[in-house]
Design a protein around this ligand. Structure first.
Ligand code: GLU
Length: 502
């Protein structure tokens, strides 16, 4: 059998460690079975997809030494590999299902759907949509079409029985059809949903094995039904255990760094990082923990992939990284690697303008810029003292700043400047207090330093976010109850200063 596997990330955010994890296992699987590994960009969500996020996926995966054989950037025989360039294809396949009687046009309005959802929730049902358009007569359909009502195309999901399939990792899976809505395949604007585009592309790109995170498992019955409706043979599914945080919950950027760039910028070796990621889902024979990519490609056996969630433990990553440094990087190579990381000309050229008028001697350089080259700032209470603000109130400001920066989608110096001014206004706090000491303390571990917003550009988005989270943690954080009310107040921002009460 020809093995063809793929990853299909959506370029809607920072390159997630989960993407590298899935990419790695797909690549290892492909290499082990002499197959082909494809990168497909699933940018059907036009509102959230951005070209720069797509670029970031490429550069993050390249940093991790993950190489694909076909993709939007390198082409291949089954392209285009970017879904936004394939919309005509999906439309054609949705129409095929209509003509086969496997799908139907649904003319319900957003208001009608809301009503149905509310009603179904009240009745404790799982279904949002009551399938009323599934039963329209041909005349009723023609009538609506003539009135030019907009419509979506929905999949006809069986009303009873079960979807049963064999997952190569999770074994036999059973889902009652009654729990599954008549899935929208094509939206009223002609854009496909994830399910349609994903299945059509996996089929057309001749994907033999779908290896993806187990958070997609609930979508698989819909996908299997789509394959059956088209008359195609489904690929083999391997649902990998999800990466979990230390709290046992899905990794979340709200709690821990999840961007691949954070690990690059913090000075991890890419080869140790991928070794660590493979450890999350797989165990080598003899429980060997430090190995090369070639070793795991040779030894790979999907039967040794774990079934339950894998804890993304940074302490373990640190240990793996140190083992690599000791075993695989010689003393002679070490300085080259450190230079490559952050002591390279490009970075230093960006830093020099900030340095130029601020040092008396070269000996002041490290004192001024140490925060760019260390992973753990040593916070202490004195740097966080702000007149009239408690530690928890400082956390409110930091948390709101994070939310605002995410809304702005601009985490560079200009974004932090704008967001901190807005937060100052919303909370009725002097902007200077937010910058100095709160931001200086959080980002540099001191109350003064080189200009803050330029420094943010050098620190990068991911380390900036991580430090804001760390500072909140140091300050005691925000209780769940208060977090909920802060969030509510934040979402309802009425233009009135948010009251900060202890
Ligand atoms: N676009 C989905 C994602 O963002 C793809 C999931 C799949 O592999 O089917 O991960």
């Amino acid at each position: 059998m020809t093995v063809r596997v793929r990853i299909a990330p959506s370029p809607t955010g920072d390159p997630h460690v989960g993407t590298a994890y899935m990419a790695l296992f797909n690549m290892i699987f492909a290499r082990h079975y002499n197959g082909t590994f494809i990168l497909r960009i699933e940018d059907t969500d036009q509102a959230r997809s951005r070209p720069e996020y797509e670029e970031n996926i490429y550069s993050a995966l390249k940093w991790a030494n993950i190489q694909w054989d076909e993709g939007p950037d390198i082409g291949g025989a089954y392209g285009p590999y970017r879904q936004s360039e394939r919309f005509d294809i999906y439309k054609q396949y949705a129409e095929e299902l209509l003509s086969k009687g496997k799908a139907y046009k649904c003319f319900c309005t957003a208001a009608e759907l809301d009503e149905m959802r509310e009603l179904s929730a009240k009745q404790g049902g799982r279904q949002g949509y009551d399938r009323r358009c599934r039963h329209l007569t041909p005349d009723e359909i023609i009538e609506r079409e003539q009135a030019e009502l907009s419509y979506v195309i929905r999949l006809k999901v069986p009303l009873n029985g079960e979807c049963v399939y064999e997952d190569a990792i999770k074994k036999r899976m059973t889902f009652p059809w009654a729990d599954i809505d008549d899935q929208v395949l094509l939206k009223s604007d002609g854009f496909p949903t994830y399910h349609l585009a994903n299945v059509v592309d996996d089929y057309l790109m001749k994907i033999s094995h779908v290896i993806r995170g187990d958070e997609w498992m609930s979508s698989t019955p819909k996908h299997i039904l789509l394959y059956e409706s088209f008359g195609w043979t489904p690929p083999t599914f391997l649902h990998m255990p999800l990466l979990l945080g230390k709290d046992g919950k899905k990794l979340s950027k709200r709690k821990n760094p999840t961007s691949i760039f954070f690990y690059r910028d913090s000075g991890y070796l890419s080869e140790a990082f991928i070794n660590f990621l493979t450890l999350m889902g797989f165990s080598m024979t003899g429980d060997q923990e430090i190995y090369s990519l070639d070793d795991i490609i040779r030894e790979f056996d999907y039967k040794r992939i774990g079934v339950s969630g894998a804890i993304f433990d940074v302490q373990k990553l640190d240990w793996v990284n140190q083992q690599y440094l000791i075993k695989n990087i010689s003393v002679e190579q070490l300085w080259d690697r450190i230079k490559e990381w952050s002591f390279n000309d490009e970075f230093m050229q960006r830093l020099m303008p900030l340095c130029h008028s601020r040092i008396k001697t070269f000996g002041d350089f490290m004192d001024l810029f140490n925060f760019l080259f260390i992973n753990h700032l040593h916070y202490h209470d004195a740097i966080f003292v702000v007149k009239d603000l408690s530690k928890e109130q400082i956390c409110y400001l930091i948390q709101s700043l994070i939310w605002r920066l995410d809304e702005l989608e601009n985490w560079n110096g200009t974004g932090v400047n704008q967001a901190s001014r807005e937060i100052a206004e919303i909370f009725g706090v002097n902007h200077k207090k937010i910058v100095m000491p709160i931001l200086f303390a959080s980002l540099m571990g001191k109350t003064q330093g080189p200009p803050l917003f330029d420094s943010v550009n050098l620190l990068g988005k991911d380390r900036t976010r991580a430090r804001l989270l760390k500072a909140m943690e140091y300050l005691g954080g925000i209780s769940n109850k208060k977090m909920a009310s802060l969030k509510k107040a934040w979402q309802e921002k009425s233009g009135q200063p948010l009251m900060i009460k202890d």
